[in-house]
Design a protein around this ligand. Structure first.
Ligand code: SAH
Length: 347
């Protein structure tokens, strides 16, 4: 089965021609796909053609298997099902400026961060570009009755985007296709645990996405305690790659810092972090660690967050406490998937 969702309009047109159909069919099918339609709904195609296509290709590789809406803030958590039965998660958040969707880039993850639920069973497989796009298309269909659509995308669900580099780049380019969803890459954020060579590569792609880096520590010693990737690249190497990214794209970098009591949340660490980031065009997102049942790490009090923030601000580091949304619906990465897999909820 050929997955058409990963193709550019041009590639789809070529594929159609190879199958013996007229070229203009390519554009028609492309348009339908990017509006979230499956073959059955492509009403300007003959019934015969649609049936032929069903036999040899996939138009929508993702479907929503389960959704949970937070009564508190309207956040929606999706459990997406892929064609092979694997599941990934997405979270839809409503802000004043639009609708933001957090998408997954891999089934599972192999980065092994100690605080994270997505990585508990390692990486199962990479998502294709079409599957990442499919996450958005499903959300757009979900939003359509409300007259809304996804305006912002964050690659912060399960998986390490830079460990699935080619597919992620293809996905980002698909967002800009003329007949596609036409999402501005300025509204897209990509979060990485710090795969340095790929951060340099990304800076050369001419894709103006916001780079977010999961730092979570002010020095390598602490970072190695929670993030195995820190054994391969040092914080200094990561920061150098960030400076390069800022130079090349003109965009500030965002650092994510999940505070965990007794690990990285003391005033001493705040000072050290401020020192490390001094003079950089960056912003720090602080978040109290979301405790995961299988993990032995603790969160921090609001008072601790405030104290940490104050130290950064006092040293002129731009920082905010990230709003937590969807706490009541297993909002944190990997949690809903695990729960569903373990209990077969939603069957
Ligand atoms: N692999 C990428 C993106 C996925 S994780 C990365 O590492 O950036 C998205 C963000 O959630 C990362 O900053 C990650 O470190 C953070 N995260 C994972 N588990 C968390 C938890 N239990 N509490 C708070 N943040 C967590």
């Amino acid at each position: 089965m050929t997955e058409l969702t990963s193709m550019t309009c041009r590639e789809l047109t070529d594929w159609m021609k190879e199958q013996g159909y007229p070229a203009f069919r390519g554009k028609q099918v492309f348009r339908w796909i990017h509006r979230g339609a499956d073959f059955g709904e492509m009403t300007n195609l003959s019934k015969d053609l649609r049936e032929e296509l069903v036999g040899k290709a996939v138009a929508q590789p993702v479907r929503i298997r389960l959704e949970r809406k937070s009564p508190a803030d309207g956040t929606v958590k999706f459990l997406y099902e892929l064609k092979d039965g694997n599941c990934v998660e997405g979270v839809l958040m409503r802000y004043k400026y639009g609708v933001s969707l957090c998408i997954s880039t891999q089934v599972g993850c192999r980065m092994g961060c100690r605080f994270c639920a997505s990585t508990l069973e390692g990486r199962v497989r990479d998502l294709t570009a079409g599957e990442m796009l499919g996450e958005i298309l499903c959300a757009n269909r979900y939003l359509a009755p409300e007259g809304e659509k996804v305006s912002h995308v964050v690659l912060m669900g399960s998986g390490e985007p830079l460990d699935n580099y080619e597919n992620v780049i293809r996905f980002l380019r698909l967002l800009r296709e003329e007949e596609g969803v036409r999402l501005s890459l300025r509204n897209v954020s990509l979060s990485t645990c710090g795969i340095v060579p790929k951060m340099y590569a990304l800076a050369e792609e001419n894709l103006p996405v916001t780079l977010c880096v999961s730092l979570h520590a002010p020095n390598d010693e602490i970072r190695r305690q929670t993030m195995p990737v820190a054994n391969t690249w040092s914080i200094d190497e990561i920061l150098e790659a960030c400076r390069n990214y800022i130079r090349k794209t003109g965009r500030r970098v965002i650092f994510e810092y999940a505070l965990s009591d007794g690990v990285n949340a003391g005033e001493e660490q705040a000072k050290e972090l401020a020192e490390k980031l001094r003079g950089m065009q960056c912003h720090v997102n602080l978040i109290p660690l979301n405790t995961v049942a299988e993990r032995d790490m603790n969160s921090v009090s609001e008072e601790n967050v405030r104290r940490f923030l104050k130290v950064l601000e006092g040293r002129h580091i731009s920082a905010t406490r990230r709003r937590e949304m969807g706490d009541d619906i297993e909002g944190a990465c990997g949690q809903l998937r695990r729960k569903t897999i373990n209990s077969s909820e939603g069957e």
